[in-house]
Design a protein around this ligand. Structure first.
Ligand code: 13P
Length: 253
């Protein structure tokens, strides 16, 4: 019922030629495997490579996402990229509220909510990131932190729109640290998120919403994470920069 999604978040990595090489490798690897019909692969490169990625993606196999979007419609906002622009470039997905944007660029839940609205207005699919930092986990506050992020970022949406959202649970202490959440730790937060959604929107709607795990996900641990009942795929950082590693995760279902 729910889509399985493996999305690569390249972050601020790779030159044009390196990106070209990676996309080329990825395409030839994806051509070799037959993915289940309910699985979607997404690649989120930096903005300058979006068009190149889309050209590769035109041959199907994967869809393209952006890593960020403006909360504004258009106009004098130097350096920003609007949802309308992404739509006009035929981009399908966009990551919102990544912990790095929250931590380094001061993105609040209110801003995340506004960006989600922009994306939905332009028919893009938001991948909305939530997750606690280490101190919050050590204080046992992970459930509350994630609850607030989900409520403030998404609960203004109606039933039709909430179904268009993909949520990524990324515990900040697991991002880029090589320290993955155990399947049990990840599953309990995913189940928590799903129960929050169910309480607000009902079980039927909630059963359609994919919740991805992110944080040091690798070919070696993807299988056991993806086997958890509430984990519907992954948002992959470091391991999405090498075709072999990314493919190891893509084929982990
Ligand atoms: P890593 O896979 O490098 O830990 O990054 C996860 C992430 O932040 C994906 O958005």
């Amino acid at each position: 019922m729910r889509k399985h999604i493996v999305a690569g978040n390249w972050k601020m990595n790779l030159t044009f030629n390196e990106a070209d090489e990676l996309l080329d490798e990825l395409m030839s690897e994806l051509e070799k495997v037959e993915l289940p019909r309910d699985e979607q692969v997404v690649v989120c490169p930096p903005f300058p490579y979006i068009e190149m990625a889309s050209d590769y993606a035109n041959d199907s196999y994967f869809q393209v996402g952006a890593q960020n979007v403006s909360d504004k419609d258009k106009g004098a906002y130097t350096g920003e990229v609007s949802a309308e622009m992404l739509e006009s470039c035929e981009i399908d997905w966009c990551i919102v509220g990544h912990s790095e944007r929250r931590a380094y660029y001061g993105e609040t839940d209110e801003l995340v909510a506004a960006k989600v609205d922009q994306l939905l207005k332009h028919d893009l699919k938001p991948i909305v990131c939530v997750g606690e930092v280490l101190e919050e986990r050590e204080a046992g506050r992970q459930f509350d932190v994630v609850k607030t992020q989900v409520e403030k970022g998404l609960f203004h949406l109606d039933t039709e729109n909430i179904k268009k959202i993909v949520i990524a649970y990324e515990p900040v202490w697991a991002i880029g640290t090589g320290k993955t959440a155990t399947p049990e730790q990840a599953q309990e937060i995913h189940a928590h998120i799903r129960s929050l959604l169910a309480a607000k929107y009902g079980k039927e709607v909630t059963d359609e919403i994919s919740i991805l795990y992110g944080g040091s996900c690798k070919p070696g641990n993807a299988k056991e994470l993806f086997a958890c009942p509430d984990i519907d795929g992954g948002l992959i950082g470091g391991a999405s920069l090498k075709a072999a590693d990314f493919m190891g995760i893509v084929t982990a279902f």
